[in-house]
Design a binder for this molecule. Structure first.
Ligand SMILES: NC(=O)c1ccc[n+]([C@@H]2O[C@H](COP(=O)([O-])OP(=O)(O)OC[C@H]3O[C@@H](n4cnc5c(N)ncnc54)[C@H](O)[C@@H]3O)[C@@H](O)[C@H]2O)c1
Ligand SMILES: O=c1ccn([C@@H]2O[C@H](COP(=O)(O)OP(=O)(O)O[C@H]3O[C@H](CO)[C@@H](O)[C@H](O)[C@H]3O)[C@@H](O)[C@H]2O)c(=O)[nH]1
Length: 350
């Protein structure tokens, strides 16, 4: 492979991946207008083996350090080579991603009766995807900035993003430090973030936010690697392993065996093990690979408790399509989901 092929191959792979995400995000807008469900559409498309199942999850827009940069490299390259049509073609992918973030912001504003002034928005998840502390290019940066610009009070909770990093990135995104100081709160747990909130906006697909019934143990063995990554241990529990410890595979198996023996199989709901408002939680948690037998996440937020603390009418905006919406509605939430028509009967304009 020659040098140019090699350089272009990296950009091209990412470009093709973001095109898939952007296709499905663009389709999510059509789904919301028509009553189709974007997950169903993506599932059906994914069954065509020529398309395949990956990278078809609608969301609030792609983020991360690579995708935007690589597409903009293609744009720059095309312009430099005198290919403006090609540059515009790739720029369109970046533009549709910005549109997705703005579209979701507008949906929140519209549902909250067209104003966010003096309303409290709880943002659950700040990282660009789950299981990382990285917030670079995260759609949450744009959305929180938009909410603040609309006069909202914003409370952010993310299991791993560092408070300082969130502040630095938000400062870069907006000049108005006063709004950040007065109207932004970064919380150490979801309950504090949601307390007194008018709306909860889920922006990262962290397992701990889910209220979906857990799969049976047989089903859980499907993808041990992915499931390993999702396991979070309680630092107060006996099975806690300090972060930074380098685990050999045998040691990890030993931890798994130990957990097996303890039968640590049930999800704990509702008891946050972190309460500090002040620090990022990077040092307080650890993700430990486990065998498929211990594949359930150890901790999930209690949506009943969230509901109890919120102002009425209370909204949930599921930007990742990860929640059981029926359950939330039974708790009294008005639920709005990316890529689905409004589930809120009382507010047809959403
Ligand atoms: N990051 C990846 O997963 C990845 C994968 C394949 C290739 N690359 C390429 O490698 C090159 C270097 O990328 P990189 O990301 O590894 O190195 P980097 O020098 O850009 O960042 C180093 C580390 O600093 C941390 N960091 C920096 N800014 C942060 C922020 N705002 N929030 C949270 N954490 C932050 C991240 O943990 C990151 O891994 C790029 O060209 C990229 O396209 C990166
Ligand atoms: O179906 C999907 C898949 C991903 N995303 C979003 O896309 C972004 C990037 O996700 P992902 O690709 O999983 O993470 P990265 O770490 O950014 O990895 C990408 O960028 C790396 C750096 O170039 C490459 O090595 C990887 O192959 C490429 O997937 C995140 O915001 C995801 O939420 C979606 O919205 N829908």
């Amino acid at each position: 492979m020659n040098l140019w092929s090699s350089e272009l191959a990296k950009l091209a792979a990412n470009a093709m991946l973001v095109q898939r995400i952007s296709n499905v995000n663009a389709l999510s807008a059509i789904c919301e207008k028509t009553g189709a469900s974007v997950d169903e559409v993506a599932y059906a498309c994914g069954l065509d083996h020529r398309i395949g199942k990956g990278m078809l999850k609608a969301g609030p827009g792609f983020g991360g350090s690579c995708f935007r940069k690589d597409i903009l490299s293609l744009v720059y390259l095309s312009e430099t080579l005198g290919l403006p049509e090609v540059a515009n073609y790739w720029r369109g992918v970046v533009d549709i991603n910005e549109y997705q973030k703005d579209r979701f912001t507008k949906r929140v504003i519209s549902c909250l009766f067209n104003t966010l002034t003096n309303k409290k928005i709880a943002v659950l998840g700040f990282t660009f995807k789950k299981n990382t502390a990285d917030i670079r290019e995260s759609p949450a940066i744009t959305m929180v900035t938009n909410f603040l610009s609309e006069g909202a009070q914003v409370a952010v909770y993310d299991p791993r993003a560092r408070k300082q990093q969130i502040l630095v990135d938000l400062h870069q995104a907006r000049d108005d430090t006063v709004a950040l100081e007065n109207n932004l709160m970064i919380c150490g747990d979801a309950y504090r973030a949601c307390d007194g909130a008018d709306a909860v906006v889920v922006l990262t697909e962290w397992d701990e936010f889910s209220n979906v019934d857990l799969p049976t143990p047989e089903v859980q063995t499907a993808d041990p690697v992915a499931l390993r990554r999702s396991t979070v241990l309680d630092p107060n529990a006996n099975n806690f392993v300090p972060e930074g410890t380098k685990h050999k595979e045998e040691e990890l198996c030993a931890v798994s065996a130990f957990l097996s023996a303890l039968k640590v199989r049930n999800v704990k709901v509702g008891s946050p093990h972190i309460t500090s408002d002040e620090e990022g939680l990077e040092g307080s948690r650890v993700r430990v690979p486990v065998t498929p037998a211990q594949t359930v996440p150890q901790w999930r937020i209690d949506w009943v408790r969230i509901a109890r603390g919120m102002r009425k009418p209370m909204f949930v905006f599921d930007g990742r399509n990860i929640l059981d919406h029926g359950k939330l509605q039974r708790l009294g939430f008005r639920v709005e989901v990316i890529g689905k028509a409004s589930l809120t009967e009382a507010n047809v304009q959403c």
